[in-house]
Design a protein around this ligand. Structure first.
Ligand code: ACO
Length: 348
């Protein structure tokens, strides 16, 4: 059995910066409200016409691949996490494979929202451990800005999210004490509808308490209707308080689970990189686990919540800022829609 090590990391964020004040042009909100509730000061939005979830992923991947000392043609598997794919289907993995001129390798798309990158990393780790693949590209990328409601009706959700991409290359570690020590994945679907984008979907509202109005037709035509745009059900829904309550319990729990599994304590963590959901959630985790400011990395202030991209973007920035050194213990953790959550410990 091999350990997986992170051989290269890269990230890409679009050039367009939208500050909290910029958002007041579209909706009734304020810098004060957003900063106090979420810690976010600004976010990046992809170019509407020229940038997609896949194009951003390509930019991040190029850096990760180069840093790993490999080439796109030597990558032997892709795991791509996103909730905002270029197409409803096929997934982004194949678009990345095509655009980067890769061989006819396997490409797997992961749909686990905010914990997508941790799930993707865990899947890739299993393939490296068994020796099946030796050079896996793991990506998290999101273009949220194309599908959010920027009117006052959608402000509770839209101010939180931003666009961007991050990627890592996983390779087998020659040092058995280094690399990914373990990964821990969980889910609880009891509150699946509390953070969700219901359509396009096959449910016709089956699981919702309040049924939407549907056009009277026998077959087809229910993927997306004008009514959905009018009544707002075409956009993501979030019960913010339900998410907050669950996140502040599950984050510390899954971090502790990883530490216990490896006979380590919170004091052993050199850097915790939590999914950048909301600065208040990160601060809660820090307080619960009694971690110092130096032990926790946050960059949500600059990018908002970039869902599957948030952990790899933060990992890449922390690495570039010299906050991750050889031998350090790095903990990645995430919680999000589903609800799904997970963690991993990496000995750098
Ligand atoms: N600007 C101004 N006012 C707003 C905005 C906004 N952007 N959004 C909502 N409001 C208003 C509401 O309309 C409401 O007004 P009312 O009292 O007149 O009805 C008031 O502010 C309070 O709204 P709440 O939704 O109750 O605000 P709350 O204090 O719960 O804060 C928030 C909302 C920030 C979403 C909070 O619930 C939270 O932090 N939840 C965690 C969710 C989260 O972090 N999600 C991230 C994505 S999921 C993930 O990554 C895990």
């Amino acid at each position: 059995m091999f350990n997986s090590k992170v051989a290269g990391i890269g990230h890409y964020v679009p050039n367009n910066v939208y500050t909290n004040d910029d958002l007041t042009r579209f909706m009734d909100t304020s810098d004060e409200w957003i900063t106090e509730r979420t810690g976010i000061k600004e976010r990046r939005y992809a170019d509407r016409l020229t940038e997609t979830t896949t194009t951003m992923a390509i930019e991040a991947s190029k850096i990760a691949i180069q840093q790993a000392g490999t080439t796109a043609q030597e990558i032997d598997f892709i795991v791509f996490a996103t909730l905002s794919p270029d197409y409803y289907f096929p997934g982004c993995g194949v678009l990345l494979q095509r655009e980067m001129g890769m061989n006819e390798i396997g490409a797997l798309d992961i749909r686990n929202q905010c914990s997508g990158f941790i799930y993707a990393l865990s899947v890739a780790d299993q393939f490296i451990k068994t020796g099946m693949y030796k050079n896996i590209l793991v990506v998290g990328s999101e273009k949220h800005s194309f599908a959010l409601d920027y009117s006052t009706r959608g402000r509770g959700v839209s101010v939180i999210f931003g666009d961007g991409a991050g990627a890592v290359v996983l390779q087998p570690s020659t040092d058995p004490k280094k690399g990914i020590l373990s990964t821990h994945l969980h889910s609880d679907g009891a509150e699946a509808e509390k953070l969700a984008m219901y359509y396009p979907g096959s449910s016709a509202g089956l699981w919702l308490d309040e049924k939407p109005e549907w056009p009277e037709q026998e077959l087809g035509g229910m993927l997306m209707t004008p009514e959905m745009l009018e009544n707002g059900t075409a956009f993501p829904y979030m019960d913010g308080q339900a998410v907050f309550k669950k996140a502040v319990v599950k984050f510390p729990e899954v971090i502790q689970e990883a530490l216990t599994k490896n006979n380590l304590t919170t004091q052993d963590i050199n850097l915790l990189i939590p999914h950048q959901a909301n600065l208040r959630i990160s601060q809660f985790i820090q307080k619960t686990l009694k971690l110092s400011d130096q032990q926790v990395f946050n960059n949500i202030q600059k990018y908002g919540n970039t869902t599957a991209a948030s952990v790899p973007i933060a990992l890449s920035e922390a690495f570039l800022e010299g906050k991750i050194k050889e031998g350090n213990l790095v903990c990645l953790a995430a919680f999000g829609a589903g609800f799904t959550w997970g963690s991993t410990l990496i000995r750098w």
